[in-house]
Design a protein around this ligand. Structure first.
Ligand SMILES: Cc1cc2nc3c(=O)[nH]c(=O)nc-3n(C[C@H](O)[C@H](O)[C@H](O)COP(=O)(O)O)c2cc1C
Length: 362
């Protein structure tokens, strides 16, 4: 299992993104837990994130956090990125993660049309969306006016400032998976004909304005991440961008607005981004923007730590990961479910490689 040694050396290489030094290439993917009672992070969240930091994860991205806008939330017990009690809870989470020399970004989330009006904390407030749709042809909530769009953008900036004041090392804008920002990007949920809809350039104006407003609020030295995806919770096979040529102007625009690191959300990171090339979607993101990029999807899902070690299916995934990192196709790998199932996933992977070496030497 020579590849395990290679893997461990590739993923343990330190890396810097903007002005942050990360101890290794492993990122905890953002994962909603619905466990912040009444939307306030507490001891459970300190323990949850602290455990992953203790076991060596270089960068933690929090679950989606609610920005200070009445229609932003779509779930019970999802933590806020506003209010004194929520921010006080986040300060404790940040301190705990820093105690283990790991870094942490807050993911900023507005669910747009996915909200149901009965959802707390602002019970009764309807969803807001680009065109009054939660999914293609499925009406929900109200269409945003230009003034209301400005208010939502300001809420993103306020959330980012709150995260900065809590001591977070950066923020990640959740522009993926069919939530508000992605509803503007997606032709099927953006039927507007003003400056925020119609042609491709108009559809990514909202995303770019969110980045610009956040950059203005946090200054030049605070790290801004941007997560995007082709797939949507409303449709796993949706494709907003049909080719690298279509993707490039979007990514270049948000990059120039002030993004430091991209996070390309795919369900299997090793799959080609577009027909005609083996390059992954994370690889295209990095090639287009020349900025650091996080890949994600499908790492650590085999029974890697059972007797006998990783299966041949895991070997294929890990060999793709080594290749992606060594060939600079992407810089970091986010791990979701494997780290949710086992906070010690990363330290066990490192141990497995050491055991493997000892076995060979014996
Ligand atoms: C329980 C759960 C909650 C998730 N919540 C979020 C979220 O809040 N924000 C987000 O961008 N992605 C979310 N995701 C997607 C993950 O970040 C990740 O992209 C996905 O799980 C694929 O990675 P994996 O194969 O390593 O699990 C969630 C995934 C899971 C399993």
């Amino acid at each position: 299992m020579e590849y395990l040694n290679k893997l461990v050396s590739s993923i343990n290489a330190p890396v810097s993104i903007s002005n942050l030094q990360l101890n290794n290439r492993v990122v905890m993917a953002p994962m909603t837990q619905e466990s912040s009672v009444k939307h306030i992070p507490g001891k459970v969240q300190v323990e949850h994130y602290g455990q992953r930091a203790k076991h060596g994860v270089g960068l933690i991205i929090t679950e989606g956090t609610v920005i200070p806008h009445a229609s932003a939330n779509g779930h019970f017990n999802v933590p806020l990125m506003y209010s004194e009690s929520a921010l006080s809870g986040w300060r404790k989470v940040v301190n705990e993660v820093h105690r283990f020399d790991s870094k942490i970004f807050a993911q900023l989330w507005h669910v747009g049309g996915v909200r149901e009006a009965a959802m707390p904390p602002e019970v009764g407030v309807p969803a807001v969306t680009p065109s009054g749709l939660s999914a293609p042809n499925i009406p929900n909530g109200k269409k945003l006016t230009i003034k209301e769009i400005d208010e939502v953008i300001a809420a993103y900036a306020n959330a980012a400032k709150n995260a900065q004041l809590c001591g977070f090392d950066g923020i990640e804008i959740h522009a993926a998976h069919g939530y508000l920002i992605d509803q503007f990007l997606w032709q099927a949920t953006n039927l507007r004909s003003d400056q925020y809809g119609g042609g491709a350039k108009n559809r990514y104006r909202f995303a770019a304005e969110v980045v610009t407003a956040i950059r203005d609020a946090v200054g030049p030295d605070f790290t801004i991440g941007f997560r995007w995806s082709q797939w949507k919770i409303q449709n796993f096979s949706a494709r907003v961008f049909q080719s690298p040529e279509e993707l490039a102007p979007f990514l270049q625009t948000v990059s120039e607005a002030g993004v430091d690191v991209f996070h390309t959300s795919t369900r299997r990171f090793w799959e080609p981004g577009f027909e005609g090339s083996e390059r992954t979607l994370a690889g295209w993101t990095k090639a287009i923007t020349q900025k650091p990029c996080i890949a994600v999807g499908g790492v650590g899902l085999g029974n890697d730590f059972l007797l006998g070690g990783p299966s041949s299916a895991s070997q294929h995934v890990y060999e793709s990961l080594i290749r992606g990192l060594e060939e600079n196709e992407f810089d970091l790998i986010a791990v979701g479910r494997a780290l949710l199932a086992d906070p010690a996933w990363f330290s066990k992977l490192n141990q497995r490689s050491t055991q493997n070496n000892n076995h060979v030497l014996a």
